[in-house]
Design a protein around this ligand. Structure first.
Ligand code: FES
Length: 121
């Protein structure tokens, strides 16, 4: 915690940061950092679209995994995944934001097209 009573949350791979008060959800922290993590359920632990990963590997700076979050994530919480709408900031934290599945599909398609074009020349 710094002198203003807030913690610093760093989002990877962008490196964007936000200073937030203890108890702020990781989802709200991401928005303060200027990221737009897509959601459908409005933060009710229902859509699973806000999955992020604890980059510290030891849940540093994050609240304990709640029962409903553990249930929704299945075994993924053991790999460090959290629901950004449920995980609360309790200290300085480092969070990995997975690539949006739609963006990933478009990126892969563009890479394939580029490879095909390169092989024609
Ligand atoms: S916003 Fe839907 S599960 Fe987190």
């Amino acid at each position: 915690m710094n002198g203003s009573g807030s913690y610093e949350v760093t989002f990877l791979p962008s490196g964007k940061q936000a200073k937030v008060r203890p108890g702020t959800s990781v989802l709200d922290a991401s928005r303060r950092a200027g990221l737009s993590i897509a959601t459908r359920c409005g933060g009710k632990a229902a859509c699973l679209m806000c999955k992020v990963r604890d980059a510290s590997g030891r849940q540093a700076g994050l609240s304990a995994v709640a029962d409903n979050e553990r249930y929704k994530l299945g075994g993924m919480h053991e790999e460090g995944y959290r629901l950004a709408c449920q995980a609360k900031v309790t200290g300085d934290a480092s969070i990995e934001v997975p690539e949006d599945p739609l963006h990933a599909a478009i990126r892969k398609q563009l890479e394939r097209q580029r490879e095909e074009e390169d092989s024609l020349w």
